[in-house]
Design a protein around this ligand. Structure first.
Ligand SMILES: *Cc1c(COP(=O)(O)O)cnc(C)c1O
Length: 438
């Protein structure tokens, strides 16, 4: 062994260094040990000096105990599934921190007895949709559908229009999900047209439920017809409506988007929806409907397997009771405000020699909401070569490449983060050529 090798500090000595105390607390001893071993190896190879082992280990440590990295969403897609859909409000984030410790999620502090789990979130949901006689929450929209299909139609038939047997994304096909519950699909109508008579001819003693699904990621135009909920409600069997997006009441900004209150008012026995789409909350599956139907679902053994955790309940309640969500703030930012923010960003980038310009952009709701609806927006256009280094930068900025240019649409970037966007681009420096989308 050479002298320099012998001088390599031992693992316990490195871990005992006072600079390591914070990281050990924050990241755990094993993670820090891994970085120390790497640094010792570097020293053994002669890549670093033995006295630099602590510094090298510190530099190699992960920035946090989670490998998930925060991302600035400059895609112009408000609910981007690959970026985790809805951004939680600060009220919901605070609620998460509160619920992270021991909490009275299932205990009545007044009596000391067991209480209904998540009652605060359930009360908030019921208050938001007075037309619902009962409410229940499960893990996601798919779980809500599975619970409804299992409790109402396992071993029986689900009558559903051929035009509504949709694929939601990433290979998630509704018909496969529904059949996995042991229910049989009774398809009626055609891809573009289904009438009330089609449903009426299929409904019989075998019918467990009629299902209406919002085709949330595509639009069929031309010679089309479908049956409104009020029509289906005359068939004499429970009508389940999967509205997808989680819009609880009509909103003039998205006039064609179905909502829970309207579906229930029209006679739906049950509405299912996601918590992390237009509701702007955590991933969750919302079930709203007739008290008896919801109770049947709640008492089904499967309900226990689809139960949400305290964190979801906390964030959901805060979303329902709290201030406007980032989702709706992003949807409502006026295009003019985005144009001037983009112009400011561009001016600062041009000053530094970065070939940037302001362009018009079309933002979308995304994540299974408002298909075909484009929201007028503005973006900072950069050469496409910026895309990869910006994704990997600090902070990570994800835009979208369109017509050979990288567009950074500021609609979903909080206004107080524009400086971070500028900083991230400047960190990349100047790459590629002129933007080519003018
Ligand atoms: C998104 C969506 C689902 C699935 O909901 P998840 O919360 O992603 O499980 C089901 N149906 C419709 C119509 C949807 O838009």
């Amino acid at each position: 062994m050479t002298d320099s090798r012998r001088a390599i500090p031992r693992t316990d000595a490195v871990l005992a260094d006072e600079r390591m105390a914070g990281p050990v607390l924050r990241l755990g001893r094993e993670t820090v040990k891994g970085a120390v071993r790497q640094a010792q190896d570097q020293a053994r190879r002669g890549d670093i000096a033995p006295e630099d082992v602590v510094a090298a280990a510190l530099a190699a440590l992960p920035r946090a105990a989670t490998s998930l990295r925060p991302v600035l969403n400059a895609t112009g897609v408000v609910l981007h599934t690959n970026l985790g859909r809805a951004v939680l409000s600060t009220a919901a984030v605070e609620a998460l921190a509160t619920a992270a410790g021991s909490t009275d999620v299932e205990l009545d502090l007044a009596t000391g007895r067991r209480a209904r789990r998540g009652r605060g979130a359930l009360e908030a949901l019921a208050a938001a949709v007075p037309a619902a006689g009962g409410v229940h929450v499960v893990n996601n929209g798919a779980a809500a559908l599975v619970l409804a299909a299992t409790a109402l139609a396992a071993g029986r038939e689900i009558v559903v229009s051929r035009g509504e047997l949709v694929e939601i994304g990433d290979g998630f096909r509704l018909p496969d999900l529904l059949e996995s519950t042991g229910a049989r699909l009774r398809e009626v109508g055609t891809t573009n047209r289904t009438s009330l008579d089609d449903y009426a001819a299929a409904v019989g003693p075998q019918t467990g439920m009629v299902l209406k699904v919002h085709p949330s990621n595509f639009v069929v135009t031309g010679f089309t017809s479908s049956v409104p909920v009020a029509g289906l409600a005359t068939l004499g069997v429970p009508v389940v409506v999967d509205i997808g997006s989680g819009l609880l009441a009509p909103d003039p900004l998205l006039p064609d988007e179905p909502d829970a209150a309207t579906a229930l008012g029209a006679g739906a026995a049950l509405v299912t929806a996601s918590g992390d789409k237009l509701l702007g909350g955590p991933q969750a599956g919302l079930l709203l409907g007739e008290a008896g139907v919801v109770e049947r679902l709640r008492r089904h053994p499967l309900a226990r397997a689809l139960r949400v955790d305290k964190l979801t309940l906390a964030a959901l309640e805060a979303t329902l009771r709290g201030p406007a969500t980032p989702t709706w703030e992003a949807l409502r930012v006026p295009a003019d405000a985005l144009r001037s923010r983009s112009a400011h960003v561009v001016a600062r980038l041009q000053e530094a020699g970065v070939p940037a310009e302001v362009v018009e952009s079309a933002a979308v709701v995304g994540g299974g909401g408002a298909p075909g609806v484009e929201i007028g927006s503005y973006a900072v256009a950069l050469p496409a070569a910026y895309a990869a280094p910006l994704r990997l930068g600090e902070p990570s900025v994800v835009g979208r490449v369109e017509r050979g240019a990288l567009l950074l649409d500021l609609r979903c970037v909080p206004a107080d983060r524009d400086d971070d966007v500028v900083g991230a681009v400047l960190d990349v420096g100047t790459v590629g050529q002129e933007p080519s989308c003018t």
